[in-house]
Design a protein around this ligand. Sequence first.
Ligand SMILES: NC(=O)c1ccc[n+]([C@@H]2O[C@H](COP(=O)([O-])OP(=O)(O)OC[C@H]3O[C@@H](n4cnc5c(N)ncnc54)[C@H](O)[C@@H]3O)[C@@H](O)[C@H]2O)c1
Ligand SMILES: [Zn+2]
Length: 355
Amino acid sequence: MDVVRVNVSKPYDVLIGRGILDSVGERLREVSEPCRCAVITDDIVSELYKERVVQSLEASGFSAVSFVFQNGEQSKTLATFGKALEFLAEQKLSRTDLVVALGGGVVGDLAGFVSSVYLRGVRFIQIPTTLLAAVDSSVGGKTAVDLAAGKNLAGAFYQPELVLCDPDTLSTLPAEFIADGMAEVIKYGMIYDKELFSFVAGGANSDMYERIIRRCVEIKAHFVENDERDNGIRQLLNFGHTAGHAIEKCSNMTITHGNAVAIGMAIVAKACAAMGIAEQSLPSELISCLRNNNLPVECEFTAQELAAAALSDKKRRGGSISVVVVRAVGDSFLKPIRCEETADFFKQGMGEESV
Ligand SMILES: NC(=O)c1ccc[n+]([C@@H]2O[C@H](COP(=O)([O-])OP(=O)(O)OC[C@H]3O[C@@H](n4cnc5c(N)ncnc54)[C@H](O)[C@@H]3O)[C@@H](O)[C@H]2O)c1
Ligand SMILES: [Zn+2]
């Protein structure tokens, strides 16, 4: 089993190991006395994995109740958030009890936000079951729900007590969602780790997931430890996300997060090359890596549409937005772009020429 320590204001461990789902109770006993657990999950994950988790919790002296909501980004709303809070209150979950977020990024973001608010904060643990949640959303303490105006517009920084990641759960994850997770993996490679990028450039397979997860969690921990509240270096993790969030929004959330980020990264890499910021070979390197991992590199929206959506996003700071640009694989920095130049910037990355 791999252990990655995340040294933030309240340090915690990320444990990565095959079969760890059956020892959730034992692992939790290392950080908590027996108490009541509210397992928050979605309908698909509930069907697949909830019983094993509940059994393991009960075998270690915890008791468990569960709140199950419909899977998908469409559930990451204030409505589901409210229902989950009411559920915890009905169940009389107390301040010394625990929330268990079992699922992908939607479950983790929502359950984490619920935990940050219920009784002004109850402890929670993350059990990621998608590649995206394992490599990214379960670590770092960003929690949120979407508002009509955009993604993740209401949320909190709230760190888990523990993250338990069982790579075996990925065996049931449909290929399209594996691809979503790979978009974030490729992001880490692009901004920080050429070796990781090369490792996945030809396409990842299930034998590689454990190593990929460990490396990505290490990188995420590095950024989060240095900038827990996302005011500086952590923003590099947003590579492809300004355009990506705009694409998600323009598609009415029908394009998934990972797919949107993949397209967003391709747009920014092409724009950087066109503007002479990046090596000329960067877009083709990235695009071939994305394609080899079954990810899209284009969308049907115009630069104007994306800019309009991006400018209503929370990353706007005064008269400019911060965009992560990459010089070469593994080498990135933040570049402020004036609001009125955003459409032009995207346009440079959306040329017709194929790379
Ligand atoms: N907090 C952060 O730092 C952060 C970072 C990146 C992304 N996110 C958020 O994460 C969300 C996307 O997460 P996601 O891609 O995990 O989506 P998701 O949680 O919707 O999961 C994708 C689908 O896979 C199903 N599923 C989950 N685990 C499964 C398994 N093991 N086997 C079979 N099916 C399974 C789910 O039911 C769902 O239908 C977005 O809302 C995004 O904004 C947050
Ligand atoms: Zn992301």
